[in-house]
Design a binder for this molecule. Structure first.
Ligand SMILES: C[S@@+](CC[C@H](N)C(=O)[O-])C[C@H]1O[C@@H](n2cnc3c(N)ncnc32)[C@H](O)[C@@H]1O
Length: 278
C-alpha cells in the first residue's frame, strides 16, 4: 500500500480531510497498515463522523479496516441515504452510534466492543464537539482501550483557547458545521487541552530523570515508568503508555507505545529490554 493510493482514497471520498491533514493521516495510515498481517484488523474510531466522508475513505483504503463512528447527528434524516449506503457497502465493518461523545456509557460500550472484537483501537480521531471537556474526557476513558502502539488524534485543538479569542467569522463557520465553540470554563479535571499538552511534557520527561536517578542504586538498570497519581506526573488516563506527542497547527497526535520511548543511547527499542525491570 502506497501513501499515494491512500491519498487517492481520501481525495475521492473525503477531500476536505486530505486538504486539511494531507501531511498527517496518509502517513499514519501507512504506518498502521504496513505492520499488519493479512488476518489482522485495523480498528478506527471517529468521533464526530458528520456525513460519513472520512469513514468512507478509511474503509475504502484497506479491507482490514473496521470502524466505529459516533455523532450527535447520526440518526439525522438529512444523511440517511449516505448512512444506508455506507452500511450496505461495508457490511460488518462499520458500527455507528448516535449520541454525544460526552456520554461515558456510550463511549465505554464502543470501547468494550472494540476491545472484545479487535483487541482495542489502532486509531482514534476526535473530530467532534472540540470542547476541552469532551476532548479530554474522551482521552481519559478511551486511552484505556488503545492497542500498544495505537495512535490518538485530536483535531481542531485551536478550540482549546475558548470562546473569548475566536473571531466572529470563524464562529459562524463552526456553527455551520454544528461545532460548539468551547467556553473558557470547559475543563476536564481542571485541564484544558493546552494544560494537557504542557503536562505531557512533564509526563514524558520529568519522570525519566527520576528513573535515571533510581538506576544508580539499581545496578544501572533503568526502572520501568510507573503510573503516578493524577496531579503529580501522570495527569490523565493512560498517559503513562504514551511514547510521544506531536503538536501540529490545529491537531494533536498522541502516539502510544511505551517501548518506543526508550532512548537510542540506552539500546534502542529491543536491546533496551535487557536494561529494564518489568
Ligand atoms: C467538524 S464535523 C466532523 C467532520 C467529519 N469528521 C469529517 O471528517 O467529515 C464535527 C461533527 O461533530 C459532531 N458533534 C458536535 N458535538 C458533538 C458531541 N457532543 N458528540 C458527538 N458529536 C458531536 C457534529 O454533529 C459534527 O457532525
Amino acid at each position: 500500500m502506497e501513501e499515494k493510493r491512500i491519498k487517492e482514497m481520501f481525495k475521492k471520498y473525503s477531500p476536505h480531510k486530505l486538504n486539511e491533514f494531507h501531511h498527517i493521516y496518509p502517513k499514519i495510515l501507512l504506518k498502521l497498515i504496513e505492520v499488519k498481517k493479512d488476518n489482522d484488523s485495523i480498528c478506527i474510531f471517529e468521533i464526530g463522523n458528520r456525513s460519513y466522508e472520512t469513514l468512507n475513505a478509511l474503509l475504502a483504503i484497506d479491507k482490514r479496516i473496521v470502524a466505529y463512528g459516533i455523532d450527535i447527528g447520526n440518526d439525522s434524516s438529512l444523511t440517511k441515504v449516505k448512512r444506508e449506503k455506507l452500511l450496505a457497502d461495508y457490511p460488518n465493518r462499520i458500527n455507528l452510534f448516535s449520541d454525544s461523545q460526552g456520554n461515558k456509557d456510550t463511549l465505554t460500550l464502543i470501547a468494550r466492543s472494540a476491545l472484545d472484537k479487535y483487541g482495542g483501537f489502532d486509531l482514534i480521531i476526535d473530530d467532534g464537539s472540540h470542547k476541552n471537556e469532551h476532548m479530554l474526557s474522551g482521552f481519559d476513558l478511551l486511552s484505556n482501550y488503545m492497542k500498544p502502539e495505537g495512535i490518538y488524534s485530536i483535531e481542531d485543538i485551536e478550540c482549546m483557547y475558548g470562546n473569548d479569542i475566536f473571531p466572529e467569522e470563524l464562529k459562524e463557520i463552526y456553527r455551520e458545521h454544528n461545532c460548539l465553540i468551547p467556553t473558557p470554563d470547559s475543563y476536564h479535571q481542571g485541564l484544558t487541552v493546552k494544560g494537557f499538552i504542557e503536562g505531557m511534557i512533564d509526563v514524558l520527561n520529568r519522570d525519566f530523570l527520576k528513573r535515571v536517578e533510581l538506576s544508580k542504586v539499581n545496578n544501572i538498570k533503568i526502572p520501568r515508568r510507573h503510573k503516578e497519581t493524577i496531579g503529580h506526573l501522570s495527569i490523565l488516563g493512560r498517559d503513562d503508555l504514551i511514547s510521544s506527542i506531536q503538536v501540529y497547527t490545529n491537531c494533536l497526535i498522541i502516539y502510544f507505545g511505551y517501548n518506543l520511548s526508550k532512548p537510542n543511547n540506552l539500546g534502542g527499542i529491543n536491546p533496551m529490554e535487557k536494561n529494564m525491570i518489568f
